[in-house]
Design a protein around this ligand. Structure first.
Ligand code: PLP
Length: 363
């Protein structure tokens, strides 16, 4: 029976420091080789300790979704930061001004012709000329300009605004997670070409910043001077989406696991664990898996209630009540946002605990 880390209460999130550092170094090396900046999105890790390591490895800056995340990352020593969201709330103006004062390079997103006037009002309230990155939709269908003509009109609007200055273009190609693996390279090239056309029609001197964890390496390797930065978020941790679905990392490189305890076996073939949706979140794979045993045993979390996980699979018969099992979750981002701290391991022992500094910073 496995009683891994008996001194540690479960459920908890384990972070293998060596794998984390290897994943950070590997993405940085790819970017360095191809002359592309790495500007990781911190929404996955939300931890100053991880941001510090990304910056020390050579990251040019950080990307955040919300101002609260940006504020929480300041102790990392970051000097260049991009908030990739459609800001519209005047009440946030003082926080925007304060971030601008603290950073060498602070950029926010401008995401449509409807959003631009609202952002101009916010910038005016902040008493600033804001550096903006224009969002271009490349297939996700969320924020971003739908056509080159729309982008051109928005660029004209920005050029007329005394409070906005266009500094580049970005996209979030989240739909790549659902694409067949053998099409990812081709889709990455198409994406670069699409962004390149938009940029060249507006200002060939401006940078392009695409690149999520599925596409970042492919985009970097096909960048050829056209792409200036990539902004992956989940790459340094990994999950089933990155290892099992898209295959952009191996299962052995996934750095984060949920450690859970078998608390009951109420019927043959079913084990209950102490981790449910309040640990794993309700996110699952397309084939309805919440998590898989990280050591490769046939143990699948097939259903969750708030504080229970339902485990099925051949290896359930071998499990004992009280046994601990480490699971790889379907989607790591919400798992981190559900925990106050992660348990950092190295050489099979607990090394330290890191606070999830931007946990719940959705404002
Ligand atoms: C704007 C933006 N940039 C970058 C990312 C990072 O994506 P990933 O975690 O897939 O690397 C996200 C993820 O949601 C995003 O919304």
């Amino acid at each position: 029976m496995t009683t891994a880390y008996p001194e540690q209460a479960t459920p908890c999130v384990l972070l293998d420091r060596r794998k984390l550092e290897a994943n950070i170094a590997s993405m940085q090396a790819t970017c360095r080789t191809h002359g592309v900046e790495l500007r990781p999105h911190i929404k996955t890790h939300k931890m100053v300790e991880v941001a510090r390591r990304q910056l020390a490895a050579g990251a040019a800056g950080l990307t955040c979704a919300k101002l609260g995340e940006a504020e929480a990352m300041l102790p990392s020593g970051v000097r260049s930061l991009f908030v990739a969201h459609s800001l519209v709330d005047h009440a946030q103006a003082p926080r925007i001004a304060a971030l601008g004062d603290r950073l060498d390079d602070f950029r926010v997103a401008v995401t449509s012709e409807v959003h631009a006037p609202a952002l101009t009002q916010v910038a005016r309230a902040a008493g600033r000329k804001l550096a903006v990155m224009m969002a271009v939709d490349t297939g996700l269908g969320r924020e971003g300009l739908r056509s080159p003509d729309d982008a051109q009109r928005l660029a004209t609007l920005i050029a007329r605004s005394p409070n906005l200055e266009l500094h580049g273009f970005y996209t979030h190609e989240g739909h790549f997670y659902g694409a067949p693996r053998d099409q990812l390279a081709e889709k990455s090239i198409e994406l670069i070409e699409r962004l390149d056309r938009v940029r060249n029609a507006i200002d060939p001197g401006l940078p392009i910043w695409p690149g999520c964890s599925v596409s970042a390496r492919l985009i970097a390797s096909h960048a050829a001077g056209r792409v200036q930065a990539v902004r992956p978020g989940a790459y340094m941790f990994g999950d089933l989406a990155l290892s099992r679905k898209t295959g952009v990392m191996s299962a052995g490189d996934v750095a984060v696991q949920v450690l859970a305890t078998v608390v009951d076996k109420p019927e043959p073939g079913l084990a209950l664990i102490d981790a449910g949706s309040k640990t794993f979140s309700s996110d699952r794979t397309a084939d309805n898996i919440y998590a898989l045993a990280a050591d490769g045993r046939d143990l699948t979390v097939v259903r969750v209630n708030e504080e229970h996980g339902y485990v099925r699979g051949e290896a359930v018969a071998t499990l004992a009540v009280g046994e601990r099992v480490a699971f790889t979750p379907a989607h790591i981002c919400p798992v981190i946002n559900l925990t106050d701290e992660v348990v950092v391991t190295a050489d099979s022992g607990i090394e330290s605990k890191w606070k999830v500094d931007a946990r719940g910073k959705t404002q």
